[in-house]
Design a protein around this ligand. Structure first.
Ligand code: LAN
Length: 741
């Protein structure tokens, strides 16, 4: 991801190597006395921002969408790892490195020096001009981002006199100092012994002892929320503080405007900087936590101990089920600290945690950062395969190897068995599904399962060169279908990891995070539902004898659910990509797979309205572009410049339903052609992913995958269309490019 400032590398970039085994990516730095066993490959050079023009050569100019797609695929195939996936940077959130480095500091776990230096470089590169850090790389400064990343810099050895830190401290103090940090920040500072637990609302571990039918029982929460708060509650219950040392004592002076010893801690529970708040505490929250905070000083220690035992058991089980990766980066580090505390620094559990830290670390163009997850392997592989197939790669020998490898990655990553303890630990069973990342991670998602299933079927159908010995058995595909049929919600829609279990409206009123929106339950999403519909609709043709009636039922209800999500302007809001272009693309694919095209008699007004929405947002140059603010403000906010990813999504949506105005499409295609780089790559533009409404996250491979896909689809629909421009959209510069007869 582009940082806000360029900082020169602080290590010898030519000594970094990446390995990837069954999707498990790991960066290594070969020290000066170590031997470089092999040359750096193009993927490594590209990821590090080094020159790779020896491998990624200038390609002949593309004169048509088909040619541009081929150039795009030639380039993109160079970035595929041997295990078949496309390793890439998945950064953006700026609240992950603090967890990593606070836990490494407390547990005295050292990262190699090169990683430390490059982490400092990364943090400097994403520091804002005013000295602060935001919640994510495209955010303004917040106390959460600034205080915690300041702490990281200090833990990594940067002096408080460093000019960047002087600036950061000034900004932090201007906003009231670290006392005003939101609750997740209060949590990390407590752990580090730079805040007091009395400064937080209770995390009430006893919740885990309550009967599971109660509305706010942990089992009803979104799995990410559940697991993060599980570990937080445990450490809260233990009132864990890192042992004081001189650095901690110094941080207590640096971070606060007031004297640490005199702070009125209970008064800090509601003291949250205004610039940080996305979801203010509701009346219900204040009422419930008012009561719980009153109970806290009188809690029964026996009851608390029993609750902590249950929590620890769930934490251990999370470690087992995810092979110590945990569900995400926050709980990963919390669990690791807890296993260090409870099992000891030499325990197998703790050492396995240490080993898995690297699964989250990426060395990118701006240095080392902690990733949003241990990758996006399945998501990228499935989309890349489908994009390439639609661009005709299946019939081109030069791309067979890439497709074969992609298929093999899908094969090794499907979950072949469920833990027998899924129910006991409130997990969705996972046999037959695909996780977002690797089989080791283990947590399946409805839409990653659906996209992987669809990609696997298409690869089988279109790539006869994939030998039968390598194939995923029919039985395993049936298991994927079974899982999807089981995951449907009563409203016909699909959630992400599990079915919707809780009362969304009520629980969201209890959102304690302040900085995120919609984190409490696993909502139903247009995107997840559309992916499942597309996969199941394809499956009915692929295998017309398997559970067909049930599938049709799900398809019908699913489309009904999606229809309800259309907004008055015709758009659909996206929850995982930026934003209305993303959501509308998914909705249109769902209509299309159900046979509702623009000009068909069966097409509903809704298809036309969705297309009209997209067309109304086409920019002067023919492209589309949405700012991240669309997600947080929940209204369409156009970017200054059109963007290749948004343009591709809009084109894919329109073409999916066969939008008839060719002119609209060719103007969009022209943007993709013009923006393509000589070697077939596209530029990395603004961030295109989101979660929980407020946090941006970058999908680096999207800038390659989606243009290839849109161009491929266009080339198929309009095979003879050369690089044409309409008179109105042609600038003077363009006229020079058009061959004049
Ligand atoms: C992701 C990334 C992928 C994403 C899609 C598959 C795109 C989506 O369609 C379903 C939800 C899912 C799997 C998803 C859920 C939330 C994640 C895991 C993330 C956005 C990546 C990072 C984020 C996670 C919650 C970050 C940790 C932060 C917390 C607030 C706990």
């Amino acid at each position: 991801m582009p940082g806000s400032r360029r900082i020169d590398p602080v290590t010898d970039l030519t000594r970094w190597r990446l390995t990837s085994i069954d999707g498990r990516r790991r960066w290594h730095f070969i020290s000066i006395d170590g031997t470089l066993e092999r040359e750096q490959n193009v993927l490594e050079k590209y990821s590090l921002g080094l020159d790779c023009s020896d491998e990624a050569k200038k390609l002949p100019d593309a004169e048509s969408a088909a040619e541009a797609a081929i150039n795009g695929m030639k380039f993109f195939s160079l970035l595929q790892a041997d295990d078949g996936h496309w390793p890439n940077d998945y950064s953006g959130p700026l609240f992950l490195m603090p967890g990593l480095f606070i836990v490494l500091y407390i547990t005295k776990t050292k990262l190699p020096d090169a990683f430390v230096k490059e982490s400092i470089r990364y943090l400097r590169s994403v520091q804002l001009a005013d000295g602060g850090w935001g919640l994510h790389t495209e955010d303004n400064a917040t106390v959460f981002g600034t205080a915690l990343n300041y702490v990281v810099m200090r833990l990594l050895g940067v002096s408080p006199e460093d000019q960047d830190l002087v600036k950061a401290r000034k900004l932090l103090h201007h906003h009231g100092g670290a006392a005003t940090i939101p609750s997740w920040g209060k949590f990390w500072l407590c752990i580090l012994n730079c805040y007091k637990w009395e400064g937080m609302h209770t995390l009430f571990p006893e919740l885990w002892l309550l009967p599971s039918w109660l509305p706010a029982h942990p089992s009803t929460l979104w799995v990410h929320c559940r697991i993060v708060y599980l570990g937080m509650s445990y450490l809260y219950g233990k009132r864990y503080y890192a042992p004081e040392d001189s650095l901690i004592l110094s941080l207590r002076k640096e971070l606060f405007v007031e004297d640490f010893e005199t702070i009125d801690w209970p008064a800090q529970r509601e003291n949250i900087a205004k610039i940080d708040i996305y979801t203010p505490h509701s009346w219900l929250y204040s009422m419930v936590f008012g009561m719980l905070d009153t109970y806290e000083p009188f809690h029964s220690s026996w009851y608390r101990e029993s609750a902590l035992k249950v929590c620890l058991d769930h934490i251990k089980q999370d470690d087992i089920m995810t092979n110590f990766i945990s569900i995400g980066p926050i709980s990963k580090m919390i669990n690791m600290l807890i296993r260090w505390l409870e099992d000891g620094p030499d325990s197998k559990a703790f050492l396995q945690h240490v080993d898995r830290v690297y699964d989250y670390i990426w060395m990118g163009r701006d240095g080392v950062n902690m990733q949003g997850t241990n990758g996006t392997q399945i998501w990228d592989v499935s989309y890349a395969a489908m994009a390439m197939l639609e661009a005709g790669a299946g019939t081109k020998p030069e791309f067979q190897e890439a497709l074969r490898k992609a298929y093999s990655y899908l094969e090794v990553s499907q979950m072949v068995e469920s833990s027998p303890k899924c129910v006991q630990y409130y997990r969705q069973y996972n046999k037959g599904g695909w996780p977002l990342t690797t089989r080791d991670h283990g947590l399946i998602v409805s839409d990653t399962t659906a996209e992987a299933l669809k990609a696997a079927m298409l690869l089988e159908e279109k790539c006869p060169f994939i030998g039968s010995e390598a194939k995923i058995s029919r039985e395993r595909l049936h298991e994927a279908v079974d899982l999807l049929l089981d995951m449907v919600n009563p409203n016909g829609g699909y959630s992400s990891y599990e079915t919707l279990r809780g009362g969304e409206k009520l629980l969201e009123l209890l959102n304690p995070s302040e900085v995120f929106g919609d984190i409490m339950v696993d909502y139903t999403y247009t995107e997840c539902t559309s992916s499942v519909l597309q996969a199941l609709r394809h499956f009915v043709d692929y295998d017309p004898k398997y559970r067909t009636d049930e599938i049709w039922n799900v398809l019908k209800n699913g489309l009904g659910y999606i229809k309800q999500n259309q907004l008055p302007d015709g758009s659909f809001e996206g929850s995982w990509g930026v934003c209305f272009t993303y959501g509308t693309w998914f909705a249109l694919e769902a209509f299309a797979c159900m046979g509702q095209n623009y000009n068909d008699n069966t097409a509903s007004m809704q298809v036309k309205k969705a297309c009209a929405f997209l067309v109304s947002r086409q920019m002067e140059d023919g492209g589309w572009g949405e700012k991240f603010a669309s997600c947080s403000e929940r209204r369409y906010v156009q970017s200054e410049k059109s963007l290749v990813v948004n343009t591709s999504w809009a084109l894919l949506g329109l073409m999916a339903v066969r939008y008839p105005d060719e002119e609209v499409l060719s103007r969009g295609v022209k943007v993709l052609l013009d923006r393509q780089i000589d070697d077939g790559d596209w530029p990395q533009e603004s961030i295109c992913g989101v979660f929980n409404k407020s946090c941006a996250i970058g999908y680096t491979a999207f800038k390659n995958i989606f243009p290839i896909w849109a161009l491929g689809r266009h080339a198929q629909l309009y095979p003879s269309s050369p690089r044409t421009f309409s008179a109105e959209s042609v600038s003077d510069k363009d006229w020079e490019k058009i061959p004049h007869v």
